[in-house]
Design a protein around this ligand. Sequence first.
Ligand code: ADE
Ligand code: ZN
Length: 325
Amino acid sequence: EVTQAFTHGLPKAELHLHIEGTLEPDLKLKLAQRNHVDIGQHTIEEVQKAYQYDDLASFLAVYYPAMNVLQHEQDFYDLAFAYLQRAAANNVRHVEIFFDPQAHTSRGIPFKTVIDGLYRATVDARALNVDAQLILCFLRDFSKESARQTLAAALPYKDKFIGIGLDSDEHNNPPMKFARQYEDAAAAGLHLTAHCDIDQKDSIEHIRQALEQLDVERLDHGTNIVEDPDLVQLVARKGIGLTSCPLSNSFVSPEMKGKEVLDLLAQHVKVSINSDDPAYFGGYIGDNYYALADKFNLTKAQVVQLARNSFETSWISATQKALYL
Ligand code: ADE
Ligand code: ZN
């Protein structure tokens, strides 16, 4: 039987985690005070009462305004280090952390401030026995030109992040919109992933574009792929990772895409379990494993396979991988 002690203690990699989504109510209030930013809420209860959403758009409407409390390099450090301590407690040995530079540069915070603070926390995480890397995400509801400028501003810091991703509002923002940025990022030696959120208007078409036009190595969420057996065969054959996030999914789909995850596991697709925005969706990565295992009666062997998939589809070196597998 799979217990919480088992899911939390299992060594694992986290591959789908937005650092801005780890901003807990207590840190939000502390930073609001420290930086004299009025967020309209003064207690943890008030902050939590505002966490009402039932789809991606209503979530993002709560998510972005809260980022105003992040102003200085130290704020980004504090945010990331608090997450990394939680990761260590969940026995996360390796994490690839998304960050959204445009959510900060668009309100006047320099790219350097953001990456310096986050990167410094990843260095200090080595003392926690957590290997942490960064992935720059483009906001897909911003223009191509904004993505181009963001990549140009980021490339001088190329030694501080390992790949690019695509997030925010997917509606009418297909992967193809960013084909040029993905080509440029690949040419710069960066790894590639992209969100294909669950149950979007054009889920299958977006998955196809991400795989065929952007040439991604992973799909974030992407579990709607089960609707297209040919695409499932393709990701199984190429060893493409799918990063599923059960508690995040539970806000839009009561079954958390659990049947799809089990179906993909049975077809030898490298699906993994992750926490997405844990401060907003009710749990860190161990809780995500447990929620899925509990609801769908997963065996220990299935849970172990999910954790193995997380290391296998991570962007660590083959020698480093061998240590975990
Ligand atoms: N930004 C943070 N979390 C996200 C998600 N689940 N989908 C798209 N954009 C996001
Ligand atoms: Zn996400």
